[in-house]
Design a protein around this ligand. Structure first.
Ligand code: KG4
Ligand code: ZN
Length: 337
C-alpha cells in the first residue's frame, strides 16, 4: 500500500438523510466538511422516507462535493483517495454516494476505500485524539446499539448489540408518544432536563450478556401513556422523558461497565448520534472516573452522520490495505469486520 507522508482523503456519506462530503488529512485533521441535512423534509412524515431521501441525495451530491472542494481550496487532483460509506443504511441512499465515489475514483484515478458506517462513527473519535488499545467502543445511534472491542486499528470484535430496536430508534418513538417532532431524540433530551424520574419503567435486559433490548421499554412507555389517557390523567411529559432517559441510559451504562470490567479496558469511546445525549455524556464521564478509564466522546458535530468520520476511518482502512475496485457495491446490512 502506497502511503504518502500526508494523505488527503475525500470522504462521502449518504447512508440515511444526510448528504455529506469532507476532506481529512491523515485521519485526524479536518480540512473542510459540507453536510446537507434533509431533516426538515422528513419531519413532516415522522421519519425518514427512503424514496424521498434518495431523490434528495441525487439533487445534493454534486453540490455538496463542489462546495467541499471549494471550502478546502483543493482540486480533485490534490485528493489522494476517496472513502465511501458502502453500508449499512438505506440502499437507495447508499447507492447515490457510492456511484459518485466510483465516478470520481475512475475519472481521477484515485484509490477507492469502502468504509462501514459504524467504523466511521467510531473513528469520529480519532479527530479528537489518538486511539489507545485495547479500547471499548459504545456505538449508540438511530440504527445501532453495540459494544465493540478494538485491539488495534481496524481490529473490531463485537461483544454484543441490541436484540431488537436501536436506542436512537427507541428515543424517537418515545418522543413521538410525547408529541415531539422527528427526530425526537434531541428534543426529548432537552425536555427531560425539566422533569423528574417519577414514572416506573422496566429495566431492559438486566442480565449478564453484553446485549441490549429496547422494544419492551418502548412498549411500556406507549402502554403507560395510553393508560393515563384512559384514566383521564394528564401525562407529565417532562417527568416521562426524565424517567425514560433514566432507564435507557442506565441500561447502556450497566452493560458498558460490565464490558470494561471483563475485558480490562483502559480507553472508552462513545460513537453515534445518541452520543450527543447530555445525560449519557455525563454518565459516561462519571463511569470513566469511577473505573479509572480514559473516555473520549466526540464533539456534537461529529456525533450525528457526517463525512468527516468516513474520511477519518478511510485513512486507517487504507493503511490496513482495504481498497476496492469499481465493482464495489452498497450493502444495506453490512457487517463490521
Ligand atoms: O448516528 P445518527 O446521526 O444516525 C444513524 O446512523 O442512525 O443517529 C441519529 C439518532 C436519532 O435517533 C436521534 O434521535 C438520536 O441519534 N439523537 C439523540 C440525541 N441527538 C441525536 N438521541 C438522544 N439524545 C440526543 N441528544
Ligand atoms: Zn450514523
Amino acid at each position: 500500500m502506497k502511503v504518502k507522508k500526508d494523505m488527503y482523503i475525500l470522504g462521502i456519506e449518504s447512508s440515511c438523510d444526510e448528504t455529506s462530503a469532507s476532506i481529512v488529512k491523515n485521519g485526524t485533521e479536518e480540512i473542510a466538511t459540507v453536510i446537507s441535512s434533509q431533516i426538515d423534509i422528513h419531519k413532516d412524515y415522522g421519519g425518514v422516507v427512503p424514496e424521498i431521501a434518495s431523490r434528495h441525495h441525487v439533487k445534493n451530491i454534486t453540490i455538496v462535493l463542489e462546495e467541499c472542494l471549494e471550502k478546502a481550496k483543493m482540486t480533485m487532483e490534490e485528493v489522494d483517495a476517496i472513502a465511501i460509506t458502502y453500508g449499512p443504511g438505506l440502499i437507495g441512499s447508499l447507492l447515490i454516494g457510492l456511484e459518485a465515489a466510483k465516478t470520481l475514483a475512475f475519472l481521477y484515478k484515485k484509490p477507492l476505500i469502502p468504509v462501514h458506517h459504524i467504523a466511521g462513527h467510531i473513528y469520529a473519535n480519532s479527530l479528537v485524539r489518538p486511539f489507545k488499545f485495547p479500547l471499548l467502543a459504545l456505538v449508540v445511534s438511530g440504527g445501532h446499539t453495540e459494544l465493540i472491542e478494538m485491539t488495534g486499528h481496524y481490529k473490531f470484535q463485537k461483544l454484543g448489540g441490541t436484540l431488537d430496536d436501536a436506542i436512537g430508534e427507541c428515543y424517537d418513538k418515545v418522543a413521538r408518544v410525547i408529541g415531539l417532532e422527528y427526530p425526537g431524540g434531541p428534543k426529548l433530551d432537552k425536555l427531560a432536563k425539566l422533569g423528574k424520574n417519577t414514572y416506573k419503567l422496566p429495566i431492559p435486559l438486566n442480565d449478564d450478556s453484553y446485549n441490549f433490548s429496547f422494544s419492551g421499554l418502548k412498549s411500556a412507555v406507549i402502554n403507560l401513556a395510553h393508560n393515563e389517557e384512559q384514566r383521564g390523567n394528564e401525562l407529565n411529559k417532562e417527568d416521562l422523558a426524565a424517567s425514560f432517559q433514566n432507564v435507557a441510559v442506565g441500561s447502556v451504562i450497566n452493560k458498558t461497565k460490565k464490558a470494561i470490567q471483563d475485558k480490562n479496558i483502559k480507553y472508552l469511546i462513545v460513537a453515534g448520534g445518541v452520543a450527543a445525549n447530555q445525560i449519557l455524556r455525563q454518565e459516561i464521564e462519571k463511569l470513566g472516573e469511577e473505573m479509572n478509564v480514559e473516555v473520549s466522546i466526540p464533539p456534537m458535530k461529529y456525533c450525528t452522520d457526517n463525512a468527516t468520520m468516513i474520511a477519518a476511518a478511510g485513512y486507517y482502512a487504507y493503511l490496513d490495505g482495504r481498497t476496492a475496485d469499481l465493482t464495489l457495491n452498497s450493502t444495506s446490512s453490512a457487517v463490521l469486520k
